[in-house]
Design a protein around this ligand. Structure first.
Ligand SMILES: NC(=O)c1ccc[n+]([C@@H]2O[C@H](COP(=O)([O-])OP(=O)(O)OC[C@H]3O[C@@H](n4cnc5c(N)ncnc54)[C@H](O)[C@@H]3O)[C@@H](O)[C@H]2O)c1
Length: 338
């Protein structure tokens, strides 16, 4: 099988998860690692026997023997790096969020289209078996007409989480707070299940952290294009924090996902669900709340490059949550400025 020759850019917390998945993939070869902190790039290259490491990402763009770059840097660098990589003919997998706002998200999507390269956004939870089971049930009408889709991300991050990583907690570098960083995965799943948001009412605030500019708590009421209505709550100051919870109700059935497990599924006709793949055979190289689906999303991206097809989470798909957040943040920042 042809192997996609890959480079991981950004070797902080999540870069190693990508490197681990690439090292185990039959479809990929990890060729290079990059970080502005040279020691991080070197350590990761040595661990996975990548042939090169750099402290300047343009070096991998100049190499004609690298097919794809995996962008694992802070949020504000995502869109500029995607655009740059596309213009150098590289396929791109970018960590969430695709960009810090709608305008720069569009630039990333357009650049990849114009260059004819594949773009995937790392919403790995779309590949969780529980997500697929609920999505299938909705698509097949098993739950009837959707009535509500709600999400809760009550998490806790100590002050040091922000002070130790200076790009977090700032509008310019993170693009927002709990919504665009921690909760965007769940928000993306609500849109995946219920369609885009037609109207919303949002309350954002900073209640638990004194060192940050952005929101650390948010509540959103939404009307989705499917007709369903929904509520979403997100926080990084709710000690000790709970598993993410998603509830989907319909005229004929309901489902609940807690963490990444389907914990409730009941329909009027007694339909059951099937999880197509068990989680146990997959590696997780990082924190449990990242789930175990990075390898699945990465395999889908590699296969999309090899077989010249769209990945499941395209740039357009990755942009849907950014468009919603762009509108929410615009409103919030206008209120703050008053
Ligand atoms: N999908 C997930 O579940 C998940 C989980 C964690 C993080 N993330 C995302 O991954 C991205 C990185 O997060 P993290 O927690 O690894 O952050 P981090 O701060 O630990 O790592 C970022 C790395 O990028 C490097 N870097 C900064 N500027 C660079 C540049 N110009 N060129 C090369 N390297 C550069 C930094 O030195 C650092 O090592 C963020 O977008 C975050 O939202 C996603």
């Amino acid at each position: 099988m042809k192997k996609v020759r890959c480079a991981v850019v950004g070797c902080g917390v999540i870069g190693p998860v990508h490197a681990e998945a690439l090292s185990r993939s039959e479809r990929a070869q990890l060729v290079a690692t990059v970080d502005i902190v040279p020691e991080r790039a070197r350590t990761l290259a040595e661990k996975y026997k990548a042939e090169s490491w750099y402290d300047d990402y343009t070096k991998v763009l100049e190499r004609s023997d690298i097919d794809a770059v995996f962008i694992c840097t802070p949020h504000y660098l995502h869109s500029p790096m995607v655009v740059d990589a596309a213009r150098h003919g590289k396929h791109v997998l970018v960590e969430k969020p695709l960009a810090t706002d709608s305008a720069t998200a569009s630039m990333a999507v357009t650049a990849c289209k114009e260059a004819g390269v594949r773009l995937a956004v790392c919403f790995q939870n779309r590949f969780n078996p529980a997500t697929s089971a609920v999505k299938r049930a909705i698509e097949r009408g098993v739950l009837g007409d959707l009535i509500s889709v709600t999400g809760n991300v009550s998490w806790y991050r100590p002050e040091e989480y922000y002070t130790e990583s200076p790009w977090r907690g700032r509008w310019e570098t993170e693009g927002g707070g709990v919504l665009i960083n921690q909760a965007i995965h769940t928000l993306d799943l609500l849109l995946y299940f219920a369609g885009d948001v037609r109207s919303f009412s949002a309350t954002l605030d900073r209640l638990g952290h004194s060192s940050i500019e952005v929101e650390d708590v948010a509540s959103i009421s939404m009307k989705f294009s499917s007709g369903a209505i929904g509520n979403f709550f997100a926080s990084t100051c709710s000690y000790p924090g709970f598993d993410v919870r998603i509830e989907v109700t319909g005229t004929n059935g309901s489902a609940v996902i807690e963490g990444d497990k389907l914990t409730y599924f009941k329909t009027i006709t007694g339909d059951t669900y099937s999880l197509e793949e068990e989680d146990s055979d997959l590696v997780t190289a990082a924190k449990s709340y990242y789930g175990s689906s990075h390898p699945r999303l990465i395999e889908d991206f590699l296969d999309s490059v090899i077989n010249d097809r769209a990945p499941l989470v395209t740039g357009e798909e990755g942009k849907r949550s950014i468009d919603l957040l762009d509108a929410i943040y615009r409103e919030y920042r206008q209120q703050c400025a008053k």
